[in-house]
Design a protein around this ligand. Structure first.
Ligand code: 5AD
Ligand code: SF4
Length: 441
């Protein structure tokens, strides 16, 4: 028997890339590959790339440059580039970097087996199509091997909203939702393999409208209620959402569906109506705050997170102050803030930039405020009872680390628990990034 070939995948960027990497590894599993954690051992190295902010392309080229020594040491080594930089750069990657054997976009990785056969013949393979066929239908059935207790599951891809700063509509294409039965089948497969928490993924996940079993489209809320019936699945999350698609029924699900976790990532990007308009966000700061009010009315203990861009073209200090005001009002449990980065081909790319030092300063001030709120919210958890899904052993003997329903990382000493167990825990101490708890049950 020939020994299996080894595949090393390096994943950059968002959770959807994490999911895609898993599916790519499965697709190549059929071609005799098993995953390795060591680049030195690999017969194939795949970089699954992200294009959301600047320097992504440069980073990929410099990473590829570093792989040269591996190819010299092992001439049969195959090197591939996948993900959104592959989509955006296409054949240019092969022109600039002769050691690349394979370039595959996020919509065509179901064709990896054929591409692999080509590169084994010494050819180069490029596929950055937006094919007619559904990649999920073409991918092999998911394996049955046991796996960890949390999983991502892509239910929707692409974006039709065209925010002025964002490459996603160009790299991931138009919004497409997967059919409900396929998602349920995949969820059941994951649960049989040990998964207890599923995070539904989509660039605009709350705009989900997939074909339902009775011939009509289902909304995300309806999909969540279907998943609620899956025995053994204990926790449901979804990300990333757009404020305009937070429907009443989805908000109600946050109040009524026990499996839907009290955590919501709801990016707003800016607190200034002028900037929001220039970003083509089609909502105002006020309408966003009203959505938050409705969510908190349905689920008062929900922890919110968001995304922010500072230094968007034309942003003045006064506009930035409006962002700080909004953050003060919402008090996020977590938030991700970024300095605006020009993406070629997007509408905002043509506009004059804010002074870089000014943008850096705003980013620091925003992050300081967000961290202060994050710490306050973590401190408020002390004394409270949470449920923790254990994901891995901790550093100390007997310690386990898991996530609360609010997505806080919780360390529990003497947990006497297995990975995948869900336990009641009392929080006894808090840091900025994690909590300490004691087992109650
Ligand atoms: N510059 C900076 N941040 C960006 N994001 C998306 N595009 C850009 C850009 N051009 C941020 C947004 C988005 C998150 C995924 O990345 O905040 O919500
Ligand atoms: Fe990008 Fe806006 Fe679509 Fe989000 S909603 S993926 S930020 S275009």
């Amino acid at each position: 028997m020939t020994s299996p070939k080894k595949l090393f995948i390096k994943t950059f960027g968002c959770q959807m890339n994490v999911y895609d990497s898993e599916r790519m590894a499965e697709a190549l599993g059929g071609e005799g590959y098993v995953e390795t954690k060591s680049q030195e051992d690999a017969d194939m190295i795949l970089l699954n790339t992200c294009h959301i902010r600047e320097k992504a392309v440069e980073k990929v080229y410099s990473d590829l440059g570093r792989l040269k020594k591996f190819k010299e040491a092992k001439p049969d080594l195959k090197i591939g580039v996948a993900g959104c930089v592959a989509q955006a750069e296409g054949g240019e990657i092969m022109r600039r970097q002769p050691l690349v054997d394979l370039v595959v976009g996020p919509q065509s990785y179901h064709r990896l087996p054929e591409m692999e056969a080509l590169i084994q013949q010494g050819k180069r393979a490029l596929d950055t199509d937006f094919p007619e066929e559904d990649k999920f239908e073409k991918l092999k059935a998911r394996p049955k091997a046991p796996r960890g207790p949390t999983a991502f599951l892509t239910v929707q891809e692409g974006c039709d909203k065209f925010c002025a700063f964002c490459v996603v509509p160009y790299t991931r294409g138009a919004e497409v939702s997967r059919p409900v039965t396929r998602i349920l089948d995949e969820a059941r497969n994951l649960v049989e393999r040990g998964v207890r928490e599923i995070t539904l993924l989509g660039q605009n996940v709350n705009a989900y409208h997939g074909a339902g079993p009775k011939g009509t489209d289902y909304t995300l809320a309806q999909l969540i209620w279907e998943l609620d019936k899956v025995d053994g699945l204990e926790r449901i999350r979804f990300t990333t959402s757009h404020p305009n698609d937070m429907t009443d029924e989805l908000i109600e699900a946050h109040g009524n569906c026990a499996k839907l976790m009290p955590y919501l990532h709801l990016p707003v990007q800016s607190g200034s109506d002028h900037i929001l308009k220039r970003m083509n966000r089609s909502h105002t700061a006020e309408s966003y705050l009203r959505v938050i009010e409705r969510i908190r009315a349905a689920r008062p203990d929900i922890v919110l997170s968001g995304d922010f861009i500072v230094g968007f073209p034309e942003e003045t200090e006064a506009h930035f102050q409006e962002t700080l005001d909004l953050v003060e009002q919402v008090k996020y449990g977590y938030a991700y803030s970024f300095k605006y980065s020009t993406r070629p081909g997007t509408p905002a790319a043509e506009r004059a930039l804010v002074d870089a030092a000014e943008a850096d300063d705003r980013l620091q001030r925003l992050q300081a405020l967000i961290t202060k709120h994050q710490r306050e919210i973590q401190d408020c958890m002390i004394g409270r009872e949470v449920s923790v899904l254990f994901e891995k052993p901790g550093r100390d003997e007997g310690q386990m680390v898991g996530k609360s329903e609010y997505l806080h990382a919780v360390h529990v000493a003497n947990a006497n628990a297995q990975v995948g167990d869900i336990a009641k825990v009392r929080i006894v101490d808090a840091g900025t990034n994690s909590l300490k708890g004691e087992l109650l049950s």
